[in-house]
Design a protein around this ligand. Structure first.
Ligand code: 5GP
Length: 198
């Protein structure tokens, strides 16, 4: 089975501004075997019972979110970053999200038809940096009256503020790989021995 930490070590590239590029297996080309291992890791940590939907943001959260949703046999819902003209404002929940990598603010939205007070959701995303993307989804869940069961992250940059912000908000955060530092192109992990993605 594929291992996320090994893939990051072998193929991850560090860019200025503490940005880790993982286009060869997660953010552009996608490795299905790795995504399957990631989904099984999330499934082992979170208790599936009473979770009604997996929620993420387009585009890079979709692959792991869909794989987990398929494993559990529940729907996957992704927030859109641009609002289609067919979606009128009063038909959507929306929240502003500041993008760490693009350094711009976008409004994410979810159609009110697909998220209700009957839902208990698990949020999945590819990266956790400052926590803005996840907090945007939490805000949308709040507007819908939906409960948030937890947050599953593929790659957490633990030297940034995201985890503490989410924990302060009372969220259960599980990250498969936790990066301690991205110093001068060198990637170090918080739990060097953790065999993630298994
Ligand atoms: P946050 O909202 O937690 O600040 O950032 C999370 C979002 O920004 C993720 O959805 C991800 O798309 C993007 N992101 C943040 N940091 C990185 C990074 O180092 N590499 C990549 N590829 N995406 C990142």
């Amino acid at each position: 089975m594929k291992n996320l930490q090994t893939m990051i070590k072998e193929q991850g590239q560090v860019f200025p501004g503490n940005v880790l590029k993982v286009d060869s297996f997660l953010n552009h080309q996608i490795d299905p075997e790795l995504i399957k291992a990631i989904a099984l890791d999330f499934a082992a940590y979170f208790n599936r019972s009473s979770i009604t939907k997996i929620v993420t943001i387009e585009a890079s959260g979709i692959a792991p979110a869909l794989m987990l949703a398929s494993h559990w046999g529940i729907p996957m819902l992704f927030a859109k970053k641009s609002q289609p003209s067919t979606l009128k404002n009063d038909h959507v929940y929306h929240s502003p999200v500041y993008s760490y990598t693009k350094q711009t603010e976008t409004t994410i939205s979810i159609d009110k038809a697909y998220l209700t007070s009957q839902d208990r959701i698990l949020i999945i995303d590819d990266f956790l940096a400052q926590g803005q993307a996840v907090l945007g989804l939490v805000e949308i869940a709040k507007q819908a009256g939906a409960q948030v069961a937890g947050v599953g992250i593929c790659i957490e940059k633990s030297f940034q503020a995201g985890r503490s912000r989410l924990e302060t908000a009372g969220l259960d955060v599980y990250s498969i790989c936790r990066i301690a530092a991205l110093d001068q192109g060198k990637i170090s992990f918080l739990e060097e021995d953790k065999f993630c993605g298994q």
